[in-house]
Design a protein around this ligand. Structure first.
Ligand SMILES: Nc1ncnc2c1ncn2[C@@H]1O[C@H](COP(=O)(O)OP(=O)(O)OP(=O)(O)O)[C@@H](O)[C@H]1O
Ligand SMILES: [Mg+2]
Length: 262
């Protein structure tokens, strides 16, 4: 479904600000996998998403999506296959437009530009889609009136009805209170199975990364340093994850020191 090979991203190459944000990343994700991504600030998680969605050009390596090499294809083209949700609930929706207008925009994207008009049948369909998030009676309301949790739930709904194959969730519950974060996570799981999606989800919440998904990867300094799934993932605890991180870091440090003393 997604094959990332030898992906490298260097920002400001050849200057004093040179930053290797991704360093030879290899990641193959099969259809239906739900991959949780953890890693400290600046480890390259969002840059990985920016590369997959085509926000910035890669420095090296390739990205194959659904059998097609998309490494150089434009962001708007990839957006037909990829849905992306950010931490900020205001990013995925148009605040000055009504809920129904936002939904019609998302469905048009999903129908690859086919004409869809807002008739009574479409409204009934939207009402049914909005029922699980409790917004079925607010079709005409401006999205700007919604709470952060409601807005992120709507963003999620708009993303899935736009018919993507892969969704990229970048800390999409981090700005919500615990209750709303749980609701949006439950909705995320429901949509992933209902719409047969493959998902990559960045989170700073280790427990969440342990509880959700089929696979967990940890990033550090632009590399994938841990990749577990199946029983190995089910056996993880927050304590064991922290321990793995510490031991990998100290091994790195030891080898760096080793190199320096040669
Ligand atoms: N557009 C950019 N221009 C220059 N440097 C960038 C750019 N985007 C990211 N970086 C740098 O690349 C590194 C990785 O950043 P990235 O945003 O991918 O980290 P992250 O893992 O998402 O961190 P966080 O958990 O804080 O969101 C950082 O050092 C960051 O400063
Ligand atoms: Mg980030």
């Amino acid at each position: 479904m997604l094959e990332i090979s030898h992906l490298t991203k260097v920002f400001h190459p050849g200057t004093v600000n040179e930053k290797v944000a991704l360093n030879d990343v290899n990641l193959h994700v099969g259809a239906g996998e739900v991959v949780c991504i953890i890693g400290s600030n600046g480890s390259g998680k969002s840059t990985l998403f920016n590369m997959i969605s085509g926000t910035y050009p890669v420095t090296g390596g390739t990205i194959v999506l659904d059998g097609k090499d998309v490494t150089s294809s434009a962001e708007y083209r990839r957006a037909f296959t990829i849905g992306r949700i950010f931490q900020d609930p205001t990013k995925g929706t148009a605040g000055k437009m009504s809920i129904e207008d936002n939904l019609i925009t998302a469905s048009r994207k999903g129908m690859r530009g086919l004409r869809i008009s807002l008739n009574d049948r479409k409204r009934a369909e939207f009402r049914a889609l909005l029922e699980p998030i409790g917004l079925q009676d607010r079709l005409g309301d401006n999205v700007g009136l919604l709470s952060g949790g409601q807005r992120q739930a709507l963003t999620l709904l708009m993303t899935v009805i736009s018919n993507p194959k892969l969704i990229l969730l970048d800390e999409h519950t981090a700005a919500l209170d615990p209750g709303n974060a749980d609701t949006v996570m439950a909705l995320t799981q429901k949509y992933i199975s209902q719409y047969n999606l493959t998902a990559l989800m960045v989170t700073h919440n280790m427990q969440l990364a342990i509880d959700y998904g089929t696979r967990l990867i940890m990033m550090d300094s632009g590399r994938i340093i841990l990749d577990v799934q199946g029983d190995e993932k089910r056996r993880l605890t927050v304590g064991s994850l922290v321990e793995v991180f510490r031991s990998i870091k100290s091994r790195d440090y030891a080898s760096d020191r080793g190199l320096l003393t040669i």
